[in-house]
Design a protein around this ligand. Structure first.
Ligand code: ZN
Ligand code: ZN
Length: 368
């Protein structure tokens, strides 16, 4: 529970119910994981025993259906705080049928619910099952000041790790060795763990989802370092900087300068009322105009909060209209297969009249 905001979870539940009514949903089924944590503060792992919070859009109290062995005092307190009735079930019970019996009409289900539960639920419900994207994801996409503050603090801490990169990223070390040093530094700044560490040196930088390897960092390499981890509250950080081991070639310097300008233009495009696809277009069109369009092979960014990657997505043509409190990454990259790559990633928050950059470390190609 958040002592500063005792109404936090009830308010979020109210927002979900209001949104459900607005778009004609009768029941919302929240699965364990991020959605459950967002709405109740309960951090329950998903497994083969179903845990779900059933929220009627109007009328009755929410119903927390969970395995009886999971019913602890903290769970009782969290349920009480949001006014939910608890319904424990014993092994041998068909828990999905239990949920199906409590819902009807248009039923909106957490996107994270696995097929293991979703398929029998669809078969058992008297009504239509739809994804919760337009309900829970919609509400989660807009952060309050407290949440933006958490994301800003997470960003500040990951910036501090990048500031120390010269201690970790050195010629002669393997990417794995560099990664271990970065992991320790992420834990040292009070993030709970390194959620991911990418050290893409030389040709490995051209693979956006490279992790680490036994490749030894060499003089002249361009190195993509993309790192992040959550605060104890669960709010994530995610920041990429690109490093050059020694002075870069003229070509690398020119291409990186184009990338940096593309990323700046995309951040400049962030303000309320703009379709999020316009943010993507700002980066994409500039890179195309500088001859690097073919090298930019992914979307420009993703929402971030309790989830590392969550809606809204900054993709070509995406029509989500930006609103104050939305938070997402702006991370164009260029990838020259077999040679090198570069990416520049910051988290931004939409404000009343523009944006706030949550990451504030130097954005140029950093020469080590
Ligand atoms: Zn990243
Ligand atoms: Zn990212």
């Amino acid at each position: 529970m958040n002592a500063d905001a005792p109404d936090l979870y009830p308010n979020r539940l109210d927002a979900v119910r209001a949104r459900a009514r607005e778009i004609g949903i009768d029941h919302v089924v929240v699965y364990s994981g991020e959605d459950m944590a967002y709405l109740t503060g309960l951090r329950m792992e998903s497994h083969e025993r179903l845990t779900a919070l059933v929220i009627p859009a109007a009328g009755d109290a929410p119903l927390l259906i969970l395995p009886s062995l999971e019913l602890t005092d903290p769970v009782r307190r969290a349920a009480e705080q949001v006014g939910a009735t608890v319904h424990p079930w014993a092994d041998g019970t068909d828990a999905v049928a239990l949920v199906a019996g409590k819902v009807s009409g248009r039923v909106s289900v957490s996107t994270a619910m696995p097929a293991l539960h979703l398929v029998p639920l669809q078969q058992g419900v008297d009504g239509e099952v739809v994804l919760a994207s337009d309900v829970i994801d919609h509400v989660r996409a807009v952060k309050n000041a407290h949440e933006v503050g958490e994301l800003a603090e997470a960003a500040r801490r990951i910036d501090a790790v990048h500031e120390r990169m010269g201690e970790f990223l050195q010629v002669g070390r393997t990417e794995s060795e560099v990664g271990e040093l970065i992991t320790a530094a992420i834990e040292a700044v009070g993030l709970t763990h390194a959620e991911f560490v990418i050290v893409g040196s030389g040709p490995h930088g051209a693979d956006p989802h490279h992790g680490v390897s036994d490749r030894v960092v060499q003089a002249g390499d361009v190195v993509v370092v993309d790192i992040g981890g959550p605060l104890p509250s669960g709010y994530h950080s995610d920041c990429t900087r690109t490093y050059s081991m020694g002075e870069p070639s003229g070509q690398v310097a020119r291409d990186y300068a184009a990338l940096q300008e593309a990323q700046r233009l995309a951040r400049e495009a962030v303000r309320p009322g703009v379709a999020i696809g316009e943010v993507d277009a700002a980066a994409r069109e500039y890179l195309a105009a500088t001859g690097l369009g073919e090298r930019f092979i992914h979307r420009t960014g993703h929402g971030i909060g309790l989830g590392l990657h969550e809606p809204p997505f900054v993709a070509p043509g995406a029509d989500t209209v930006l609103a104050e409190g939305m938070t997402f990454s702006v991370e164009p990259g260029i990838y020259l297969d077999g040679h090198w790559g570069a990416r520049l990633e910051d988290i931004v928050a939409v404000t009343a009249d523009g944006r706030r950059d949550l990451n504030n470390g130097e954005r140029g190609l950093r020469v080590l």
